[in-house]
Design a protein. Structure first.
Length: 51
């Protein structure tokens, strides 16, 4: 899961973390920390980012 999470974080950063934070209703800093390899997001957060 860690590699998948890191890849999702890389994609989110490439698309613009501020934009994704705004669209998902999540805070920028918490989203950024959650999508690090050491992060531990819940499934709902992952789904919001993927959408």
């Amino acid at each position: 899961m860690n590699r998948a999470l890191a890849a999702l974080g890389d994609i989110a950063r490439a698309k613009g973390m501020t934009k994704i934070a705004r669209e998902t209703g999540l805070g920028y800093e918490s989203l950024d920390q959650t999508l690090l390899m050491e992060g531990n997001p819940d499934f709902a957060t992952v789904l919001k980012v993927i959408q």
